[in-house]
Design a binder for this molecule. Structure first.
Ligand code: FAD
Length: 290
């Protein structure tokens, strides 16, 4: 089913992101995690698309397998990195054959070792071009990425919102955001998007912290700020993983409940292929789901 139709029926979406294992565990372990996440009754599970070709085939295979097993509805991520139109079209063909109707259309990050994104000859430079291309097939529901603190490469927050609008005008049906830890950033982003005429669901992406060093690395890679009180609490327990995880769960739960009280159209959790902490958060959210 298309995510836009699920949203029309439920008015609020719950989703989880997983990634194809590179070296961190086996595929069987991932499917076990997906089974446990499915017990939380998500509206969909999304499967990331490996940077620089690393796990691309696996992304499509995993998304197709989840769809085939009927565990949950699926969204496949797709990037423009190192791909020509023809190569993208081939992937779209595979997704169509797997009956996967939902795609998160992304430009992607520069491959390791490169500092800026260069489009492949015959490929796409920006995600709005990919959205427009996918739309031509009249088969997919299309999501795109949004950045509550602005994308790292954008010359300004305003320019980034204008570029988000391009993706919506090109045919995107909803937005999922980059992780953030200060809800005011999300509310400012939402207000700016609405002012710019963006009227599709803007779904916050929540990354529950479970490891101090890992979140430092991820936040610096995507440019997300960690508020000083949160940083201090994590730093003080940085070598006690259980305490960090416990704090991360409490923080994500508070953050999610505040977002729900402020009428967000759903929550998308970056699971990092773990279910325990996401389970704790989702089971304690203050929302009624059908
Ligand atoms: P774009 O929307 O193309 O934006 C990139 C930059 O260019 C921005 O600074 C924007 O302001 C600017 N821009 C956009 N359009 C134009 C234009 N027409 N003219 C001029 N400037 C423009 N990466 C992966 O490799 N695999 C994944 O599976 C993956 N999943 C993700 C899921 C989510 C929810 C999010 C938020 C990100 C994900 N990413 C993933 C990371 C993403 O690929 C990077 O953030 C990437 O740097 C930007 O991708 P984008 O689609 O937002 O690009």
């Amino acid at each position: 089913m298309k995510i836009k139709d699920i949203y029309r029926a439920n008015n609020r979406l719950l989703s989880f992101e997983v990634f194809p294992p590179v070296r961190d565990g086996t595929i069987d372990r991932l499917f076990a995690v997906i089974e446990r996440l499915s017990e939380l009754n998500p509206d969909f599970i999304s499967v990331t698309y490996g940077a620089g070709g690393t796990t691309r085939d696996m992304s499509v295979d995993i998304a197709s397998a989840v769809k085939k097993r009927g565990t949950a509805e699926v969204m496949a991520h797709l990037t423009c990195v190192g791909a020509t139109r023809q190569e993208i079209e081939n992937v779209l063909g595979e997704l169509t054959r797997g009956n996967i109707k939902n795609i998160l259309a992304l430009r992607g990050d520069p491959p390791a070792g490169q500092t800026s994104f260069t489009k492949k000859k015959g490929g796409f430079a920006y995600a709005n071009e990919l959205v427009e291309f996918i739309g031509r097939f009249n088969f997919f529901c299309i999501g795109v990425a949004g950045y509550p603190e602005g994308h790292m490469e954008a010359p300004s927050f305003k320019a980034d919102i204008e570029n988000l609008k391009r993706k919506i005008d090109a045919g995107a049906d909803f937005v999922i955001t980059q992780l953030f830890y200060n809800n005011d950033d999300f509310y400012r982003f939402r207000d700016a998007a609405i002012r710019a005429g963006i009227n599709v669901p803007l779904i916050p992406g929540i990354f529950p912290i479970f490891n101090y060093r890992q979140i430092q690395k991820i936040a610096s890679l995507c440019g997300a700020k960690i508020p000083s009180a949160l940083h201090e609490a994590l730093y003080n327990s940085k070598d006690e993983n259980e305490r960090v995880e416990e704090y991360g769960i409490e923080y994500a739960l508070r953050q999610s409940n505040d977002l729900l009280q402020n009428n967000v159209p759903g929550l998308h959790f970056y699971s990092m292929n773990r279910s325990r902490h996401v389970e704790r958060i989702v089971r304690n959210l203050s929302w009624e789901r059908g």
